[in-house]
Design a protein around this ligand. Structure first.
Ligand code: CTP
Length: 400
């Protein structure tokens, strides 16, 4: 449909970048990027109309997102050339042909396109040897200044290399090391570094990329305060298992793996260093709170391991304020299977336990409304957790 829409407007449209790479690799990818030779915004509006969706346009960048009725998104851009006015700056954009558009990109494996216009539908465009590098498993930049213009590409190279078990091609690696030696990563904003770090930590297995970052001297630009020692590695290695375990049960909703990794990575630092990092990267409020509160989790883990007699309501008092990410971190901090079991039982109970009595019941019992209601309901919750009451009648009895 996109091809027909473009053809009608006298434009050419191509599917480009990551999705083409992943199609050739047979890896799922649902991020559709389209590049238009012509007017991307005109095309985006026409495509949205044709598909019954809407187009959100960014005039300044000549890009648009077409949102389909079911929420699926398609990114549309006008073919462009980017000039970097100075190293590590954001680029200045000009219109151009697909070839130039592909040439400004990071690695050969990301420079392939598939034409969608009816006459040439499905034609693979590969000006820069992307297919060959994909076959050989190589991450290769297109021109020598690539890392100088955009040092985040050093982090991207590592991410793709480790994700696909590829290798950074020798000359590309030399240029990356050279850029690192010239301290070009230091010119990047914290925001851009954080963005790349999050992308790495969201990979299925981020550890090889972290190791590689450490090895080629990138880590010191990300978090120089943190030394990734063997104890931290051991815990980091257990993260996917704990996340998988939690996801299978109950806490998969909204649990951000990158935050769990960060909690582990930051755990050995003094409070002041964590505060400094949180300040430097300007995490949003929610993440900031999680990272700062995460400081208490290892201590809680020690208590849970040491005090075997903790009841479920005791556990609730200690754990109820924790986020899903904290719970994952807590499980990582526990060494004894019995402690793990106990927290698991608590999480399970918490899912099921509901206080049956409500405010109206308390009123009917002649209790005057006030803060005492909150206290009674919370005590009832604890009593349910500890198995002291189960039914509505038992709850009423207890209140009496
Ligand atoms: N790109 C680039 N330089 C960057 C970031 C992106 O040249 N610093 C180009 C890449 O060629 C990439 C395209 O922009 O193919 C889209 O970027 P992005 O969506 O981040 O990359 P994907 O290749 O889709 O990666 P992922 O699979 O991680 O989404």
């Amino acid at each position: 449909i996109a091809g027909v829409v473009a053809e009608d407007l006298g434009f050419m449209v191509y599917m480009v970048g990551g999705i083409v790479r992943d199609l050739l690799l047979g890896v799922p990818n649902y991020d559709i990027d389209l590049v238009v030779e012509g007017e991307g915004l005109v095309f985006a509006r026409a495509l949205a109309q044709r598909l019954g969706g809407r187009a959100r346009v960014h005039e300044r960048f000549q890009t648009a997102v077409v949102v389909l009725p079911d929420g699926f998104k398609i990114d549309v851009a006008t073919a462009r050339t980017e000039y970097y006015e100075f190293p590590a700056a954001l680029p200045v954009v000009h219109r151009s042909s697909i070839r130039e558009d592909l040439y400004r990109r990071d690695f050969t494996i990301n420079t392939m396109a598939i034409c969608l216009n009816p006459g040439r539908f499905g034609e693979l465009i590969d000006y820069f040897g992307g297919r060959k590098d994909l076959k050989e498993g190589l991450i290769r930049i297109l021109y020598n200044l690539s890392f100088v213009e955009d040092p985040t590409r050093i982090l991207r190279a590592i991410r793709f290399e480790q994700r696909y078990k590829f290798q950074i091609e020798a000359e590309t690696l030399r240029l990356a090391r050279d850029a690192i030696d010239r301290r070009l990563l230091g010119k990047l904003s914290h925001k851009r570094i954080l963005h790349e770090l999050i992308l790495i930590l969201e990979e299925k297995d981020p550890l090889p990329a972290l190791r590689r970052m450490d090895e080629i001297g990138v880590w010191e630009y990300v978090m120089p305060e943190v030394r990734l020692d063997s104890e931290t590695w051991i815990m980091l290695r257990r993260v996917p298992r704990v996340l998988g375990w939690l996801a299978e049960r109950w806490l998969n909703i909204g649990l951000r793996s990158w935050v769990v990794y960060l909690l582990v990575i930051l755990q050995k630092l003094p409070d002041s260093a964590v505060e400094e990092i949180v300040h430097r990267y300007r995490f949003d409020r929610d993440v900031t709170e999680i990272l700062l509160m995460g400081r208490e989790v290892p201590g809680l883990a020690v208590e849970i391991e040491e005090i075997q007699s903790l009841s479920m309501s005791d556990l609730n008092k200690k754990l109820r304020k924790l986020s899903g990410e904290h719970i994952a971190f807590l499980l990582l901090c526990l060494n004894r299977p019995e402690s793990w079991e106990r927290v698991a039982r608590y999480l399970e109970l918490k899912q099921d336990v509901r206080v049956k009595v409500n405010g109206y019941d308390l009123k009917a019992l002649g209790l005057r409304e006030g803060p005492v209601y909150q206290k009674i309901l919370s005590d009832l919750y604890d009593a349910n957790l500890d198995g002291l009451v189960k039914t509505y009648d038992e709850e009423i009895e207890l209140v009496k």
